[in-house]
Design a protein around this ligand. Structure first.
Ligand SMILES: Cc1cc2nc3c(=O)[nH]c(=O)nc-3n(C[C@H](O)[C@H](O)[C@H](O)COP(=O)(O)O)c2cc1C
Length: 139
């Protein structure tokens, strides 16, 4: 994929870092090893999620519950990562970045609920974002 994808564009790779099934499924240790190989093959960033369809598993779903997986990949494989999964608040997202746990934040359901989330988050964090002219009086 790297060979056919334009050099100036980033190549992201999405992974379920664990199936939450211990040794019966894919593990975070294996994700860390794979991430190092992906880095060698020119992947720019690993989008670190987790699996929910490998069988019965106890998944401790809660705010940022997949962030530790991203942090491990970043620290141990040296590959930039994105954190995803129940990240819904601007300060929560900022803290993950400031702590060095991830290089980027990805949103799913919260962005469906509030398509203006990035703009609102920037305002809450005292940052400015480029805006189309139609938004100029509403920022
Ligand atoms: C029930 C359920 C099962 C999921 N299973 C997977 C999965 O197998 N692999 C995966 O990469 N992400 C999985 N996800 C994560 C979502 O694809 C997505 O990353 C996540 O919902 C985004 O986080 P957010 O919607 O909390 O912002 C699952 C999410 C839910 C709610």
């Amino acid at each position: 994929m790297r060979a056919v994808w334009p050099e100036e564009l980033p190549l992201f790779f999405r992974i379920s870092a664990t199936d939450w099934l211990e040794e019966r499924g894919w593990t975070v240790d294996e994700t860390v090893r794979l991430a190092a190989l992906l880095r060698e093959h020119g992947v720019d960033l690993l989008d670190v999620s987790s699996g929910g369809n490998g069988g019965p598993a106890e998944i401790p779903v809660g705010p940022g519950y997949q962030v530790p997986f991203a942090a491990r990949v970043r620290a141990e494989a040296g590959l930039p990562v994105a954190a995803v999964g129940l990240i819904t608040e601007s300060r929560q997202a900022e803290k993950i970045l400031a702590n060095g746990e991830a290089d980027a934040i990805l949103l799913g359901r919260e962005l469906l609920r509030d398509a203006s989330w990035p703009r609102r988050a920037a305002r809450e964090l005292g940052a400015t974002t480029p805006a189309p002219p139609q938004y100029a009086w509403a920022i």
